[in-house]
Write a protein that binds this ligand. Sequence first.
Ligand SMILES: [Fe+2]
Length: 184
Amino acid sequence: MKYDPFATFINDVESMRRTIPSEAELVQHVASRLAHLNRDTHWLPVSARQPSDEGYVQHVLHVAPDGGFSVCALVWKPGQSTPVHDHVAWCVVGVYEGVEREIRYRLDRSGASPCLVQCGTCTATAGEAAAMLPDGKDIHSVINAGDSVAISIHVYGADLNKLGSSINRRFDHLPIRGTAPTAL
Ligand SMILES: [Fe+2]
């Protein structure tokens, strides 16, 4: 039978979920496995690589039968970005193609009204992966920082079919203060 890189990745993530009880450890293992998957530059179907002029696009690739995790491809044209958000579940992100820049924020409630403070940036290229836990420290936005289409693969510890865009909690209604972010 022909080797299917993505099907093998899904099987491996299922196995990790069964054998790694700690979410903090699980996301690190999934990130390492996703980075390995993305060293193969051919596995993503052409239909899941399509961008849009309207903004970044989400293509759902897989939802686990029990809803325990989901995988999607996000596709960005140059300059397109997300709102500021965090996630209601753990998330692992691996760049498949292009260059993405993440900007991290912390929620500052010390003043009369809450605001966001930029705390750092991280630029990632194809084959790199990172993990986030829903610990309140994962507020971020992402931009395609290159001059060609960027694609990243996102693994969420939740059911995307049920949650849809509610996987993200948006913070873009808050003012942002702080100087230019430094590298994380
Ligand atoms: Fe995100």
